[in-house]
Ligand binder design. Structure first.
Ligand code: UTP
Length: 288
């Protein structure tokens, strides 16, 4: 079984739910406490052993590329000021030279199309996809657990988490034939089902381990929900040939792509920080 060495980060979306902030700032660069959301997700991938980081960017997303580069003047200034701890942290956050690639999705035609744009960089090997606006907070990193499950079951692995029934129409939902434990087989999936028609309340949480056959399917994929080329639709086409299993993520998932999810993530991550957590707790109490 080929190992999972590469991860794709689709970051070409317009982030319209976060306007006006995202008029000039990529939504993936908005900070959760003091790290851009994309940094949190790249760290999850690194913790899972990913060696090569592929970003599918778009117009106005140059800050992401700069973020994963060395800033010579800043490094020199921090060193001069004796702030070597900050400098070490910055360097630690930067992938090794040659371990990042950037390609462009010229038009935001949907997540499926963004993943397809990475086909030449991924090549003929299985790979991971991580949606940068979904933060997973668990005992162990989500992607690392998925890679272990793939080693056991083979095929493709999709992470999912439980959402309230009345919210299922907002997500890609898995049909698990009623199984809610272990690493169940996925029998079907549907993007944004109509209210009351969801096959379960397990929603795709933005972490995927896919085989390269998905690129051939995406090449001919028609537009689906929302007029976009959907990754879920392409995965459904492959279901008869490649088995899929669900990684049922039991931690907390924060969808930082909308205001409430973003604010909740900031509060949750900040409360856990030893340097500011206690003070923030007191401030929140006072505000309430
Ligand atoms: P979202 O649908 O959450 O992002 O896609 P969006 O389209 O930027 O958000 P809104 O609805 O306008 O606020 C999930 C991830 O997929 C990327 C986004 O950048 C985001 O990280 N994406 C989405 C692409 O790279 N290309 C696309 O065409 C669509």
């Amino acid at each position: 079984m080929k190992p999972i060495r590469k991860a794709v980060f689709p970051v070409a979306g317009l982030g319209t739910r976060f306007l006006p902030a995202t008029k000039t700032i990529p939504k993936e660069m908005l900070p959760v406490v003091d790290k851009p959301v994309i940094q949190h997700v790249v760290e999850e991938a690194r913790a899972a052993g990913i060696e090569h980081f592929i970003f599918v960017t778009g117009r106005g997303k140059g800050a992401i590329e700069d973020h994963f580069d060395h800033v010579f003047e800043l490094n020199a200034t921090l060193h001069q000021r004796g702030r070597d701890e900050d400098l070490a942290r910055l360097k630690d956050n930067t992938p090794l030279p040659g371990r990042t690639s950037f390609t462009r999705q010229q038009e935001p035609l949907g997540l499926g199309h963004a993943v397809w744009c990475a086909r030449d960089l991924v090549g003929d090997e299985p790979f991971a996809v991580l949606l940068p606006d979904m933060l997973h907070e668990g005992v162990t990193p989500c992607l690392a657990d998925m890679i272990k499950e793939r080693a056991q079951h083979g095929g493709q692995v999709i992470a999912a988490y439980e959402v309230p029934e009345h919210e299922t129409h907002r997500y890609g939902i898995l049909d698990l034939h009623g199984e809610t434990q272990g690493t169940p087989r996925i029998h079907a999936m549907i993007e944004k089902p109509q209210k009351g028609k969801a096959p379960s309340n397990f929603a795709i949480s933005g972490r995927y381990i896919l085989s390269p056959e998905i690129f051939d399917v995406l090449e001919h994929q028609q537009r689906g929900a929302g007029g976009e080329i959907q990754l879920t639709d392409a995965m459904v086409t492959l279901m008869n040939t490649v088995p899929y299993h669900a990684h049922l993520f039991r931690g907390r998932v924060f969808d930082t792509g909308h205001q409430l999810g973003f604010l909740t993530a900031n509060i949750a991550y900040a409360l856990k920080r030893p340097d500011i957590g206690e003070e923030l707790r007191a401030i929140i109490k006072e505000l309430m």
